[in-house]
Design a protein around this ligand. Structure first.
Ligand SMILES: [Zn+2]
Length: 122
């Protein structure tokens, strides 16, 4: 036993610190009074990803896999194509209306299905 108890409240607090307040896991761990490794380990278990880390990725598929764990998505029915890098200033989703069942507007659907596009090229 590690002695570290993860309750839903504690999970929520960790999520809040990282996603809303933009702390990295080391900083969030300090606030919670735990080690960075403990925070990272728990993050992996609850699929929590720092928006800062997302900005370092250049693979669109990976970004969206991770983004579905963060709370910066536009409302359902709006294009989630990222303009800029998530976690950086000026970042925003496209936000155009999309057809039911789609995540991108027509323009961005076409662009993301060409296969060669990456966020880094934007
Ligand atoms: Zn779009």
């Amino acid at each position: 036993m590690s002695g570290e108890q993860w309750t839903p409240e504690r999970d929520a607090r960790l999520r809040e610190l990282v996603e809303r307040d933009g702390l990295n896991f080391g900083e969030a761990a300090k606030v919670l009074g735990i080690t960075k490794n403990a925070a990272l380990g728990r993050a992996g278990r609850i699929k929590l990803v720092s928006p800062r880390a997302i900005g370092a990725l250049d693979n669109t598929a990976t970004i969206f896999e991770r983004l579905d764990t963060v709370s910066i998505f536009p409302p359902v029915g709006r294009c989630v194509f990222p303009n800029g890098h998530p976690g950086t200033e000026g970042f925003a989703f496209c936000g155009e209306r999309v057809d039911a069942g789609r995540v991108y507007c027509a323009e961005h659907h076409r662009r993301t299905h060409q296969g060669t596009w990456t966020a880094a090229a934007e």
